[in-house]
Ligand binder design. Structure first.
Ligand code: AMP
Length: 196
């Protein structure tokens, strides 16, 4: 019988590990917290970079890992065949659609343009009312300071409103941010460790 996880976190993050140890560190913390709270990770299905780290940490802590990867990227992104559920899909659109559908909350960690694109897509979908799932931006070591200040420029320039900015919760502390997102989605995360 398939175990139903307490909640599902879609994590967008780098297919590389970045230049600071803190990036891998937060990916590990995020995966561990998801696993320890009986959560499920939904992500791009690869083994590379922060993506591989968050998946491994989730699995190590006993969480479910749902990987969704397009056929054409299987080699490039080094498919994690050990996912609890692995979906090999035909297109990037299918991947993104399935990731969004399977998520209760979205969290972007440091990453490159793939991560930006995914973050912006769920942000724009949220502002248009296509979903109402909480979105978080993990600003590790100020990685996203530039992006946040650019978005503030857009507010100042009249292209963006404060309410649209408020659709994203940003923070530097991974566990506090994760908890905030999961609670905002209506769940009460409980540590499996306390239940032993
Ligand atoms: P990056 O942040 O560039 O390292 O990429 C992180 C992940 O985003 C990788 O799994 C990429 O395949 C994925 N990605 C790249 N482009 C897109 C896109 N247009 N839509 C969704 N995911 C993408």
């Amino acid at each position: 019988m398939t175990h139903t996880p307490a909640f599902s976190v879609c994590v967008y993050c780098g297919s590389r590990s970045g230049g600071l140890p803190a990036y891998a560190d937060v990916a590990r913390q995020v995966g561990t917290w998801i696993g320890q709270h009986d959560g499920q990770l939904v992500y791009g299905g690869g083994n590379n970079g922060l993506m591989g780290i968050v998946a491994q940490a989730t699995a190590d802590a006993g969480g479910r890992v749902v990987g969704i990867i397009p056929t054409a990227l299987q080699n490039k992104e080094n498919t994690r065949t050990a996912c609890t559920e692995l979906h090999v899909v035909d297109t990037m659109h299918e991947r993104k659609h399935m990731m969004a559908e399977r998520a209760d909350v979205f969290l972007a960690l440091p990453g490159g343009i793939g991560t930006f694109e995914e973050l912006f897509e769920v942000w724009t979908w949220r502002q248009l009312g296509y979903h109402d799932k909480p979105i978080g931006l993990l600003n590790t070591e100020g990685y996203y300071d530039g992006l946040l200040s650019f978005a503030q420029n857009s507010v100042d320039a009249g292209f963006l409103s404060d309410w649209q900015m408020d659709l994203i919760r940003s923070g530097a502390e991974p566990i506090a941010l994760l908890r905030e997102l999961v609670e905002a989605a209506g769940f009460t995360p409980a540590s499996k460790l306390n239940q032993l």
